[in-house]
Ligand binder design. Sequence first.
Ligand code: CP
Length: 306
Amino acid sequence: LVHLLSIEGLPRAVLHHILDTASTFLSVSDREVKKVPLLRGKSVFNLFFENSTRTRTTFEIAAKRLSADVINLDIAKSSASKGESLLDTIANLSAMHADMFVVRHSESGAPYLIAQHCAPHVHVVNAGDGRHAHPTQGLLDMYTIRHYKKDFTKLRVAIVGDIVHSRVARSDIHALTTLGVPEIRAVGPKTLVPGDLREMGVRVCHDMAEGIKDADVIIMLRLQNERMSGAMLPSAGEFFKSYGLTEEKLALAAPDCIVMHPGPINRGVEIDSSVADGQHSVILPQVTFGIAVRMAVMSIIAGNEA
Ligand code: CP
């Protein structure tokens, strides 16, 4: 693996290798062990052309725990605002001896363009491109599911909300399918759930009760207002009534169901606070696991030989 651009097409063994490697880093991500030298001498450039709290910060923590030098380019204050192109920006950062670019961009495909044009020794990690893919989120979601549920091959997983605009949903569906989850449900209004998911073996449900009934895992998604035109955007109140996860609705799921969300959460829109903060919620453990998973990805693609 030279780059991580998508989960689509990665074999099951590779996904398990990344998750197994992440397990070995838990003691580092939990700070029992301060650092490991796997990226010593390497420069990781965080290029976030779109805002982020969790992904950017956990990539920075992960790279530092691997002993890399981390450079966070402040895009708003960079010369991109003067019209410098993406590829010219990359060429100039490469001239500063970058070894890895971690890229988030509103345009689907931007990390692929960078991977095609950077030097062969440089690695690119997709930290979310448009509505296309968010592979490290998909991997940390799989890590979380495996941590709590152990066996993928007996699970009912419901993904609920704005699926059409969600790169997380797409990455999760590819990963869940590859890992052998027998029942994946996409739950939401017709405007926000693409019908072609059926061709990927996903069960499409427009009724929330049907969609989450007996689910072992519920992945809630936020309304991606920034990717919607006015007509498409449901009112927050209407959406919450039909698809917001409340304790009452959660009672329909399996008794030991876990509730996940990639964040940021919009309380009272897609999820009630009592559920987000409740005993089924694993939303904050997802964030913590993200450090070990991102350490695993970066060390596998760019780690120094032991
Ligand atoms: N889950 C996720 O991508 O969150 P951020 O946008 O805060 O990075």
